[in-house]
Design a protein around this ligand. Structure first.
Ligand code: B4P
Length: 184
């Protein structure tokens, strides 16, 4: 099974959910830029103060900041034998920076497919459960637009290693599809 894996998909597709499960199953670190940035905001660090308003608006944090935190994370010992990237890269410039930072190429890109109405419903459900600052309807629409313009071009960028997985169904059903697609 490939051990340098990247999760791609629109907000609400289940990247965070599935990436955490897969990372545990194959014993590699789960590196989520969304989690790292939200932790920085919660800690009130200098980085957190810089990114808070950008995230609440549903926009992308600057490439410079995100690339710096990912570079630092990938240098840690536990990432030597593989890693699972969730939410990074988010645009072609970040993909180029990743390519410069690592010696081994990404083995597999898992693209989670979910239609827009379902994405919005999931994120609104999370808003009422967890109250995340960027899970309100306006910001969700903005995040979807940013995904289409900035992130979707990465599907072509990684065309040789993209595996498209249907992201609709129970969390366990989607996970089984991912595991099957990696075994092929
Ligand atoms: P992320 O944390 O990456 O947030 P996301 O795209 O919304 O995906 P998330 O992982 O939360 O949703 P998931 O699909 O798992 O980014 C947040 C913000 O951080 C960005 O908008 C940006 O500002 C900033 N950022 C992050 N990375 C960046 C980068 N590289 N460059 C610049 N800025 C960056 O889950 C959604 C919901 O669906 C959950 O509630 C889950 O429980 C539910 N769900 C999952 N699977 C389901 C299923 N099968 N059925 C029903 N519900 C399901």
């Amino acid at each position: 099974m490939a051990r340098r894996i990247l999760f791609l998909g629109p907000p609400g597709a289940g990247k965070g959910t599935q990436a955490a499960m897969l990372a545990r199953a194959i014993d590699v670190p789960h590196i989520s830029t969304g989690v790292m940035l939200r932790d920085a905001v919660a800690a009130g660090s200098e980085l957190g103060r810089q990114v808070e308003s950008v995230m609440s608006a549903g926009d992308l944090v600057s490439d410079e900041l995100v690339v710096a935190i990912v570079d630092e994370r990938l240098e840690r010992d536990d990432a030597r034998c593989g890693y699972l990237l969730d939410g990074f890269p988010r645009n072609v410039a970040q993909a180029a920076a990743l390519n410069d930072a690592v010696t081994d190429a990404i083995g597999t890109v898992i693209l989670l497919d979910v239609e827009t109405d379902e994405l919005v419903a999931r994120l609104l459900a999370r808003a009422s459960r967890e109250g995340r600052a960027d899970d309100n309807e306006d910001t969700i629409r903005r995040r979807l637009e940013v995904y289409r313009t900035e992130t979707e071009p990465l599907i072509d960028h990684y065309v040789d290693v993209v595996v498209r997985v249907d992201g609709v169904g129970s969390i366990d059903e989607v996970f089984s599809r991912i595991v099957l697609s990696l075994a092929r």
